[in-house]
Design a protein. Structure first.
Length: 264
């Protein structure tokens, strides 16, 4: 599970880039009950999504030329510069060099060697999200990749993860659980799956990360997805030992998963 003490290598922040912030606010407000808080006075594009006054995500305009709307996952690092060097040495790409966000922290954005985009956060006075693993917040992250073995080697070396392979039901391949090294199963924070490039349609065949959001009623949330201009790509389906989930896209094509955990 993801917790707000944010062990090294764990997900600690997410943000979404969109061409129309008003539509994004309306969509996620309806689906997940989020409210929007601008980062500055009079700022309407940059800000945080909140649940009960706690930050669960952030929103901003698209900043990279030709970029698609997508959720960006940030993983905690002790040293953003060292992470950038390690990414280059491992065959990845530094898309955004490390830089400071005032005194809140230091960030950088990368691509893994297969093209999957992600980011790191070196905390200053802000460790990251204020609420996780509760209704309306981030509870898991997933990577769909074209080369699971290469992804394990890259992320394991960069972020210090342990991996646990498990078979998918019905001969559906292997799902690999991810977590900080030595932290045990209770701190696993995500998974990865190998998929053919032809199945990675949102990115034209390139690997990608997406978030999994906690909901108390998957079917009601899915009705809001379609009502407010999004789409359901898969599900809803009941996964034994996991819960009821569906893969969705927002009105801009950014993908995410809604999950009602099995114990709710």
């Amino acid at each position: 599970m993801i917790t707000t003490d944010f062990a090294l290598g764990s997900p600690c922040w997410i943000d979404l880039g969109v061409p129309d912030s008003a539509t994004a606010k309306s969509f996620y407000g309806a689906v997940l009950g989020w409210t929007f808080q601008p980062f500055g006075s009079g700022e309407e594009e940059f800000g945080s999504f909140q649940v009960d006054g706690k930050t669960v995500a952030a929103l901003g305009p698209l900043t990279e030329e030709g970029a698609r709307s997508a959720w960006m996952i940030y993983f905690r690092t002790a040293d953003a510069e060292a992470a950038a060097r390690a990414v280059r040495e491992a065959g990845g790409t530094v898309r955004v060099e490390p830089f400071d966000i005032d005194d809140y922290g230091r960030m950088a954005q990368f691509s893994d060697p297969q093209g999957g985009q992600f980011a790191v956060w070196q905390p200053g006075k802000s460790p990251g999200l204020e609420a996780v693993d509760e209704p309306g917040s981030l509870m898991w992250v997933e990577l769909y990749t074209t080369d699971a073995a290469a992804a394990k080697g890259f992320y394991g070396g960069l972020l210090g993860w342990d991996f646990q392979d498990m078979p998918m039901p019905g001969d559906g391949g292997t799902y690999t659980l991810l977590g900080p090294a030595g932290a045990g199963q209770e701190r696993q924070h995500g998974g990865l799956m190998e998929m053919p490039a032809a199945d990675l349609t949102p990115t034209g065949g390139r690997p990608y990360w997406h978030p999994v959001f906690h909901t108390t009623d998957a079917d009601a949330a899915l009705a809001k997805v379609t009502e407010h201009g999004g789409s359901v790509q898969m599900g809803p389906a009941d996964m034994e030992g996991v819960g009821r989930l569906a893969v969705c896209t927002d009105p801009f094509g950014a993908d995410f998963v809604l999950l009602k955990p099995v114990d709710m």
